[in-house]
Write a protein that binds this ligand. Structure first.
Ligand code: GLV
Ligand code: GLV
Length: 320
């Protein structure tokens, strides 16, 4: 008998066909995500699940699936999974690191440049036929070149964002739980600073930490006040790193210059008032959304699943 796998959404590429060669695969289709009840029903007889970041996999879900051996998350972030509960139950958890690093760094820069140079506003302005001639003060943004880029969370993605900053002649300050090695700092031309220093020095503050109880509301009222009023906040990591209501207030009070956001506190809901600010560029959680990357993520999630089902080691486990 083949092992049974639940895939909570169809994935791009040919990976699922490969999975079908070694497993009975049930793919959830349809526009709506599985509700928790549906998930509990669907997972009951499964040996593996390939989950999305929108599927909350807690102890209750795991206990509904006595044969479950692996939770393979189709994302690098895995705050949707109770990893401690999985570990207690001997369930392996895997994610999709590395393959999405460069795409996510690209999107970070896309938001940074878009907000600094007012690209969405310029696009709308041009389409609406308002462009009636070059003017010295038309749609003035802020210079990116030579400014200070502040990074909070210098993992793979933070580092990839910094590598891109070289061409923009930026001064890099970063905060991480552990400083990088001196060699790495030299290679990236990045200086370690305290969280407070990074926040207060940055012209562009970009968040790249995972969401954990410690990083929830990392950027709250006080941090927003401590930022320069000419600085921009960029978040392509997880929404709850920022108190979204505090962000709205900071924008109202012009305590910061603007924001580029790919992630939100209560996705897919967005703090209503955020939509009113021209100096906020919004994207619907598309950090890793390129054809190439999403296919690579599918391959990795599927290879992790197949390895575990065969009794081999996971390629990218989140705990060891
Ligand atoms: C996307 O947000 C991911 O964690 O992969
Ligand atoms: C994610 O891959 C990170 O380490 O930033």
């Amino acid at each position: 008998m083949k092992p049974k796998v639940l895939v909570t959404r169809d994935l791009p590429g040919e990976g699922i066909e490969r999975l079908r060669e070694v497993a009975d695969v049930e793919v959830h289709t349809g526009k709506e995500e599985l509700t928790k009840e549906q998930l509990i029903q669907a997972i009951a007889d499964k040996d593996a699940i390939i989950s999305l970041l929108v599927n909350e996999i807690d102890a209750e879900v795991m206990d509904a699936a006595p044969h479950l051996k692996v939770i393979s998350n189709y994302a690098v972030g895995f705050n949707n999974i109770d990893v401690d509960a999985a570990q207690e139950r001997g369930i392996i958890v895997t994610n999709t690191p590395d393959v999405l690093t460069e795409s996510t760094a690209d999107l970070t820069w896309a938001l940074l440049l878009a907000v600094a140079r007012r690209i969405p506003e310029s696009d709308t302005y041009t389409r609406e036929g308002k462009f009636v001639g070059w003017a010295p003060e038309l749609l003035l943004g802020r210079t990116v070149y030579g400014k200070t880029l502040g990074i909070i969370g210098m993992g793979r993605i933070g580092e990839a964002v910094v590598r891109r900053a070289k061409g923009f002649g930026m001064n890099i300050v970063y905060y991480n739980r552990r400083p990088l090695s001196t060699e790495k700092e030299l290679e990236l031309d990045a200086s370690y600073a305290s969280l407070e220093e990074v926040i207060s020095q940055a012209d562009f503050l970009s968040l790249h930490t995972p969401l954990t109880p410690e990083t929830r509301y990392l950027i709250d009222e006080n941090e927003l006040k401590a930022m320069k009023d000419t600085a921009y906040l960029i978040n392509t990591s997880r929404g709850p790193l920022v108190n979204e209501k505090a962000l709205v207030n900071a924008l109202k009070e012009k305590a910061i210059a603007g924001a580029g956001l790919d992630v939100f506190e209560n996705e897919p809901a967005i703090e209503e008032e955020l939509l009113n600010f021209q100096n906020v560029v919004l994207a619907p959680h598309i950090g890793s959304a390129t054809i190439e990357t999403r296919v690579e993520m599918a391959d990795l999630a599927i290879n992790n699943t197949i390895s575990i089902l065969k009794g081999e080691n996971a390629l990218t486990p989140v705990y060891s």
